[in-house]
Design a protein around this ligand. Structure first.
Ligand code: ATP
Ligand code: MG
Length: 161
């Protein structure tokens, strides 16, 4: 399906806002995308990819004062969605592994959590199936930021597919 990304994202983010606020997690969504553009996506699958990433922020963030910030912007022919948390972060030497199937970082704090280590492997597959990319940066004790890139296939107001 080819659809304008701003409306799709703002609807999606309203859903996440309700879910996260119920869990006492601060949530903010910043739409910096201008002008709007079209992406070719399966909305359920991109929803799932973003859910896996936001869900991790909520799950591993722990403690109080957890904040999750989503930003939307564009650069050239691509749209970017970043999901940032102020949770425990991921050690530098483990960053390269978190997209592997069944990879989990075991800590005293997370040992009782529901966790199979598949969420990010699935998110990566879903995004790459849309010719997109997913990247991450993280600082221990500061937080983690995942960024999804998706190609823009048509500009706002442009005719045709
Ligand atoms: P599943 O998603 O299958 O329920 P999971 O959350 O453990 O299990 P992934 O989502 O693939 O698996 O994440 C892999 C590992 O990366 C996690 O076990 C966790 O150690 C680490 N991780 C992922 N996201 C974050 C985050 N936002 N903050 C800190 N650690 C994270
Ligand atoms: Mg997960």
């Amino acid at each position: 399906e080819t659809l304008p990304v701003k409306g799709y994202m703002s609807d999606l983010m309203e859903e996440f806002r309700l879910e996260l606020e119920e869990k006492q997690i601060q949530f903010s969504y910043l739409d910096k995308m201008d002008p709007d553009g079209y992406v070719r996506i399966d909305r359920k699958r991109i929803h799932q990819a973003i859910r896996n990433i936001i869900g991790n922020g909520a799950k591993f963030g722990g403690g109080n004062e957890l904040t999750i910030t989503v930003e939307l912007w564009r650069q050239d022919d691509a749209v970017y969605v970043s999901v940032k948390d102020n949770g425990p972060g991921i050690p530098q030497d483990k960053l390269a592994h978190v997209f592997e199937r069944f990879y989990r970082i075991d800590t005293e704090r997370t040992k009782d959590m529901m966790s199979t280590g598949l969420g990010l492997a699935i998110a990566k597959e879903l995004v790459e199936a849309h010719q997109g990319k997913i990247t991450l940066s993280s600082t221990e004790n500061e937080g983690t930021c995942f960024t999804i890139m998706l190609p823009i296939v048509k500009e706002q107001g442009e005719a045709g597919q």
